[in-house]
Design a binder for this molecule. Sequence first.
Ligand code: ATP
Ligand code: MG
Length: 559
Amino acid sequence: MTEPLKEAEKSRNFLEEIVEEDLKSGKYTSITTRFPPEPNGYLHIGHAKSICLNFGLALKYGGKTNLRFDDTNPVTEDTEYVDSIKEDVQWLGFQWANELYASDYFDKFYEFAVQLIKAGLAYVDDSTAEEIAAQKGTPTEPGIRNKFSERSIEDNLQLFEEMKAGKYKDGEKVLRAKIDMGSSNMHFRDPIMYRIKHAHHHRTGDKWCIYPMYDFAHGQSDSIEKITHSICTLEFIPHRPLYDWFIEKLGIFPSHQYEFARLNLTYNVMSKRKLKQLVAEKYVTGWDDPRMITIAGLRRRGYTPESIRELCEKIGVVKRDSLIEMSLLEFCIREHLNKIALRRMVVFDPLKVVITNYPEGQSEIVHSEDNPEDPNAGSREIPFSREVYIEKEDFMEVAPKKFFRLAPGQMVRLKSAYIIKCDEVIKDDAGNITELRCSYIPESKSGSDTSGINVKGTLHWVSVPTAISCELRLYDRLFKVEDMLNDDRPYTECINPESLVTVTSAYAEPALRTSKFNDRYQFLRKGYFCLDKDTSEDKMIFNRTVTLKDGWAKEQKKG
Ligand code: ATP
Ligand code: MG
């Protein structure tokens, strides 16, 4: 982590300073913020940043936060998205004061528009979209006002009412604010307030065929809800004067807009449109594919709300766009899982070990800590028997000097059980190793070891008769390119071909039989895992949340 991040952790961020000042000066006695998603997709971790900020401010200063669906575009919105957004906000740990919809204000917006027409500040324009664009000018050249801007207030009122009544087709007319075609701010050049769209809306049905534009809905919604601090991302800076203009001309509650930098993560795309394309074109299995940085995807992957909130806390609130390291998010989840995950043993690629001096048909229970990091965690029982699986990679027939795992004549400890020694290697006709014959030291049992033998290696293992066959999904970053914002290739060409590796040969210890979806595990020496929703009666499936160590840091150094 770099120094400026540490600074941000310690001091108040600029929004907290503004809020404190506003409360101190008596400008407000309490604050109200809002989180305003457009229900046109699932939330991603960038939205989590905005959620933590808006809800966090209100929590810190004793205010409240509304959840407002910015549903003014009927074509792209859906109740499926509304439901997922509510679930995700709550899962992150926040509760809104009111659940509101911009579409509930459609009547009010219409009245506002009429008010501006009556004040001579809005007009109906019959120009095509192309004409309007051509007349708009460029940042260096002023635009020109067309003849429709000369319409009388009476004509405008009548035409606008006819637009609402459905007399015109899509695109035939728009309502524009009459501001300044010469303004250096392009948003001031008679911006469109309403367009005609004969489309079914997920809440208002077919009641409306005219819909307000973002700029004529957002500030007004804030004002209706008496939002004191309306927080959005930097790209809305040029919209702020227009936000203020509408509020001033309408003479309504003066909400104020403040901007902060979007969250961008390395090795990721952070836009609903792109995430939607990944789903639609089946690069991933759905919005909750564990490789997606949607909240639903991260949840299924095994991320905890605490780890996501911790990331948002660590990166702070800044006014300059930056790219946050994906490894910082992974650091946050590792830290949390290390504290809470139950330790379990799972062998990914099994090699059978027969302990020849352990009586046939006998078995016993050994005990192992659920989590050595957590003094309140208990321990579990693990059956031990004459046959166990170990990891194929933990054995080498011809081992280098510092190979402290199993090799012919060499000893290792089986975690929480006994020390074993490899006596014989069994192979098939093709020369593949099929089995190891070992002997165990009966006095070496963990917890009551009187053998006096010291071994350097400890291996995870699973007893054969009680082993559960399971599938493991080893997820990695979805993209292999660090800075996806500044890469010229189409992002679908940057997908990491190893973002999912499926292991079907794994065996788990029986304690995993009763896994629940919210349980978090550390598979010893392997990584952090959680149960996947594709699990069925016949097959348990576990997702790898994150590896135990950052493998990508090494990758980068290698170049
Ligand atoms: P996208 O481009 O992914 O569709 P959006 O900004 O259009 O994002 P909205 O549903 O309009 O999505 O966003 C709701 C709120 O979340 C807005 O206030 C927006 O500024 C904020 N937000 C969206 N993306 C990010 C991000 N990457 N970092 C921080 N805040 C974000
Ligand atoms: Mg948007």
